[in-house]
Design a protein around this ligand. Structure first.
Ligand SMILES: Nc1ncnc2c1ncn2[C@@H]1O[C@H](COP(=O)(O)OP(=O)(O)OP(=O)(O)O)[C@@H](O)[C@H]1O
Length: 286
């Protein structure tokens, strides 16, 4: 399958900080999760791919367009939707006015067609009924849906979502997950998140980032598999474990290298993620 996004050797430094270090990836339709600790470089990678900031080194294409030239950048921007970490809402705008404003920036110049598109995307995120309400009167979950609607204007082939479920309660998060899954049907979505459940429930593929580098690139099942044989239960916290905690049943759940004969447990994606970070830490320290 021809990838929607193809990147090789992306690098970016902020002074002495290497925010991106030789990042190469290929993204295909469906939802790809991007997880990593604070400061891993996730937002920087999304901003580069969304053409909000240029990389110092490397190159990438989106749907065959190369943003290295200003014409190519414009082609990429016409085909992408970006939900940044902090969407710049004007609180006095209504949802309709905000999405319409974004649609103008996206060069939808015909007023009638633009308004139809704004209504369509607001319906798509289930906000058709409140489109005349001021954004400051909406709940956090609804605001995130307004931001998603704005990103969906023009039916982009590549959708970049930067931690869209942060700060949402479980019900709102679930609702938002449904919308992301819907948006990922036939479209390439790159979703940055701190929620391993988002990845387990939504993504066909997951990238783990740490220290500006991709440390894992595979399916959620493969990430979970990394922890097979490395999670075990014990009556007391195992001193050899990387992490261990008393569970609700009173026994300890340990993650790391088990002693011989340990009572092994089924791993989760989060276990695979923690061990991947731990292995990456060891590599950096070596
Ligand atoms: N504008 C900037 N100026 C200087 N340093 C920056 C800037 N933006 C990011 N950084 C640094 O680059 C590194 C990567 O940051 P980035 O925001 O991409 O990480 P992240 O994985 O998105 O983190 P988080 O999960 O906290 O959002 C960090 O060390 C950060 O402090």
């Amino acid at each position: 399958m021809t990838p929607t996004v193809s990147a090789s050797g992306l690098g970016l430094r902020y002074g002495g900080t290497r925010a991106l270090d030789d990042v190469s990836l290929r993204l295909t339709p469906g939802v790809t999760g991007l997880i990593g600790p604070n400061g891993a470089g996730k937002t920087t990678l999304l901003r580069v791919l969304a053409t909000a900031v240029p990389a110092d080194t490397g190159a990438f294409t989106v749907l065959g367009h190369d943003p290295a030239t200003s014409a190519g950048r414009q082609d990429v921007r016409r085909r992408l939707g970006y939900l940044p970490q902090t969407p710049g809402f004007h609180p006095d705008f209504t949802s309709f006015e905000f999405v319409d404003y974004v649609a103008i920036l996206k060069e939808l110049t015909d007023r009638g067609a633009r308004h139809r598109e704004v209504r369509r995307v607001l319906e798509e995120v289930d906000l058709g009924d409140v489109r005349g309400k001021r954004i400051k009167k909406l709940s956090g979950g609804m605001r995130q849906r307004v931001a998603l609607a704005a990103a969906l204007v023009g039916d982009p082939g590549f959708l970049v979502l930067d931690e869209p479920t942060v700060g949402l309660d479980p019900e709102q998060r679930m609702r938002f997950r449904e919308l992301i899954a819907q948006a990922g049907e036939g479209r390439t979505v790159l979703l940055s998140t701190h929620q391993t459940e988002d990845v387990a429930m939504l993504c066909h593929r997951v990238l783990v980032m740490a220290g500006g580098r991709i440390r894992f690139d595979g399916t959620p099942a493969e990430l979970t598999e990394r922890a097979a044989g490395r999670v075990w239960s014990s009556a007391e916290r195992d001193p050899g474990a990387k992490a261990g905690w008393r569970t609700g049943t009173g026994t300890f759940r340990n993650v790391g290298t088990p002693p011989a004969g340990a009572d092994l447990l089924e791993p989760t994606l989060e276990d695979g993620y923690l061990l991947t970070l731990d292995d990456a830490g060891a590599e950096v320290a070596a």
